[in-house]
Design a binder for this molecule. Structure first.
Ligand SMILES: Nc1ncnc2c1ncn2[C@@H]1O[C@H](COP(=O)(O)OP(=O)(O)OP(=O)(O)O)[C@@H](O)[C@H]1O
Length: 299
């Protein structure tokens, strides 16, 4: 496995007979993910995302986006796709197997009240490296959350799930905005992501949004890791969206509420709280970039 991963683009076989399915890992909206081995490659462990093309007929764009984005990007903190091919009416996407699963599953099984600050900082730094690279390439992930952060057997942290990601250079879903800087001249207007992690300007999508929407979701993910669940998750998703756009969601309320509950075992530094608060500024232009966050003393 290590031997193979040293070589950047090893050609994995585009033939389903080369893979032996071992277990089902999980089921998403229109895909099932399996643990498998690639027999001709020393039985290397892989994960295969099996997408039913009939069931997701209306969403072929997102499948195309996910496979294209994953094959073009190359960064140690971004889950790559080894290859993809069709098998009957299914698309098989072959990826590295991330044996420890998602951070969300680790938290819900072993740390329901959240992780300690030093652990959170280690993981979030890796995610910031991924976001900084993605944003430099003009990509917005649009679904940053603990459920999309995967960990492998060596503790490597990777950002996954590019099904709703977008490029700020693709014009079809974007509007031009001359007042923005050159790196974010395009603004997205479609609603994408998961409600509790969604930035207010994404919900108000007619006004447009850009890379800083990921920074909001990154801030919510920090709170999710700190407290075991994202803020407002006790409310139905639609109500959480309303709270955000009516500005009734404030960082201080959320942190204080959780802090009181866990006063004994939860201590977060001032620097950590200030870092999260800066990501959750209602004004996207005031949120720091991923590159700037990497210089924060928390990391
Ligand atoms: N490369 C991988 N290695 C190990 N587990 C993975 C891998 N990719 C996905 N998984 C796991 O498989 C399960 C299904 O993932 P998938 O991305 O298809 O769906 P989802 O994120 O649950 O839902 P959605 O369809 O909304 O994206 C999740 O539990 C995810 O953590």
């Amino acid at each position: 496995m290590d031997q193979i991963s040293k070589f950047q683009r090893v050609q994995y076989p585009l033939d389903s007979n080369a893979y032996k399915i071992l277990d089902e890992i999980g089921v998403g909206v229109s895909a099932t993910v399996y643990k498998a081995i690639c027999v001709p490659m020393n039985s290397t462990l892989v994960a295969i995302k099996c997408i039913d093309l009939d069931q997701s007929r209306s969403d072929l764009d997102s499948i195309r986006r996910e496979t294209k984005t994953m094959s073009l990007l190359s960064h140690p903190n971004i889950l790559e796709s080894h290859c993809s091919f069709t098998v009957d009416r299914h698309l098989w996407m072959v990826m590295p197997f991330m044996s420890a699963g998602s951070l969300q599953s680790i938290i819900s099984s072993s740390f329901p009240d959240g992780l300690p600050e030093p652990c959170i900082a280690v993981v979030l730094k890796e995610i910031l490296n991924a976001l900084s690279y993605l944003h430099d390439q003009g990509h917005i992930h649009r679904d940053v959350k603990a459920g999309n952060i995967l960990i492998d057997s060596n503790g490597k942290v990777k950002l996954a799930d590019f099904g709703v990601s977008a490029s700020i250079y693709e014009l079809n879903t974007l509007e031009r905005s001359s007042s923005l800087s050159s790196s974010s001249r395009m603004r997205l207007t479609d609603l994408a992501g998961t409600p509790y992690w969604m930035a207010p300007e994404v919900i108000h999508s007619h006004t447009g949004y850009s890379l800083k929407a990921d920074i909001w979701s990154f801030g919510i993910t920090a709170l999710e890791l700190a407290h075991g669940r994202p803020p407002l998750s006790h409310l139905p998703p639609s109500k959480s969206l309303i709270m955000k756009i009516t500005k009734r969601f404030r960082f201080s309320d959320c942190h204080d509420e959780n802090h009181k509950k866990n006063r004994k075992n939860k201590k977060f530094s001032k620097a950590f709280k200030a870092m999260v608060a800066s990501c959750l500024d209602q004004d996207p232009s005031k949120r720091p970039s991923a590159a700037k966050l990497l210089k924060n003393s928390v990391f």
